[in-house]
Design a protein around this ligand. Structure first.
Ligand code: PGA
Length: 242
C-alpha cells in the first residue's frame, strides 16, 4: 500500500503553552498507523522542545536556509535541523515566495541542503488566481518544477501542489482541478526524469468538510494543511480519514 502523508503547517501561530497543550492532546489520542505519516511543522523555536518531550512525533520545519553555515544572521541550517531530529522541511511555500521574495535558484539550494543532511524536502508549487484564470496553471507549475528540480533531486523530493488562490481562502480546488494538476505533475516528472514514486500532496483549504473527498482521489498522496491543523482535535480528525 502506498504511504499517505498529512502535514500540518502552523505558519506564524501558537505560543509555547498552546504548543504543549496540542501535543499533550495528541499524546493521549493519537496512535500512528502504518502507511499514514503525520508531520507537524511548528515555528522554529518549538522544534527542539517538542522533539525532546515527544520523541516519537515526526516534525518538520516551515523553511530552511539555503546556506550551510557562516555569517548569515537569522538563518537556520539543514544540518542544525537534522541534528535535532527534524525529518521534513517545507521548501518554497507560496507565502515565502510572495512575502519573502524567495526565487527558484534559492529553492534549489535549499532542496540541496535538505538532501545533503537527510531531511525530506516538501517542495511547494502552485499557480496564482490570475494564472489560473488565464489558463496558464499547467505551464506555471511545470516551470516551477523545471527551474528547481533536476535529475538527482526529482526522485527525492515530495511535492505539495498548492494553488495560491486556495490557500487560507476556504475555497479549495475542485476534485477535477486537483486530479488534473497532480496527473500533470506526475507525468512531467516521469517524462523528464523517469521519476515514478514521487508523493504528491494537495494543499489549500483542506478541512473536515472536504478532506474525505480529496483523500479519495487516486492522484492524491495526502495533504498539507494550514488553518485546519491549528486545533489538535480537528487535525487528528483529518488523520483519521486519510
Ligand atoms: P490552508 O493553508 O490549509 O489554511 O489553506 C495551506 C498551506 O498554506 O499550506
Amino acid at each position: 500500500m502506498k504511504k499517505k502523508y498529512l502535514i500540518a503547517n502552523w505558519k506564524l501561530n501558537h505560543t509555547k503553552e498552546k504548543v504543549i497543550e496540542y501535543f499533550e492532546y495528541l499524546s493521549h489520542h493519537y496512535s500512528p498507523e502504518r502507511n499514514k505519516e503525520m508531520v507537524i511543522c511548528p515555528a522554529f523555536p518549538f522544534l527542539s522542545l517538542l522533539l525532546e518531550k515527544y520523541p516519537s512525533m515526526v516534525l518538520g520545519s516551515q523553511d530552511v536556509s539555503s546556506y550551510h553555515q557562516g555569517a548569515y544572521t537569522g538563518e537556520v541550517s539543514a544540518e542544525m535541523l537534522s541534528s535535532l531530529g527534524v525529518k521534513y522541511t517545507l521548501v518554497g511555500h507560496s507565502e515565502r515566495r510572495i512575502y519573502f521574495h524567495e526565487k527558484d535558484e534559492i529553492l534549489k539550494l535549499k532542496i540541496g541542503q535538505c538532501l545533503k543532511y537527510g531531511i525530506q524536502p516538501v517542495f511547494c508549487v502552485g499557480e496564482g488566481l490570475k494564472e489560473r484564470k488565464e489558463g496558464r496553471h499547467c505551464t506555471v507549475v511545470q516551470q516551477q518544477l523545471a527551474n528547481v528540480l533536476d535529475k538527482d533531486t526529482c526522485h527525492r523530493v515530495m511535492i505539495a501542489y498548492e494553488p495560491v488562490w486556495a490557500i487560507g481562502t476556504g475555497e479549495s480546488a475542485t476534485p477535477e482541478q486537483i486530479e488534473e494538476m497532480h496527473a500533470m505533475i506526475r507525468q512531467y516528472l516521469f517524462k523528464q526524469y523517469s521519476a515514478r514514486e514521487v508523493a504528491i500532496l494537495y494543499g489549500g483549504s483542506v478541512s473536515r468538510k472536504n478532506a474525505e473527498q480529496i483523500f479519495s482521489l487516486s492522484q492524491v498522496d495526502g495533504a498539507l494543511v494550514g488553518s485546519a491543523s491549528l486545533i489538535a482535535r480537528d487535525f487528528l480528525a483529518l488523520y483519521q480519514v486519510l
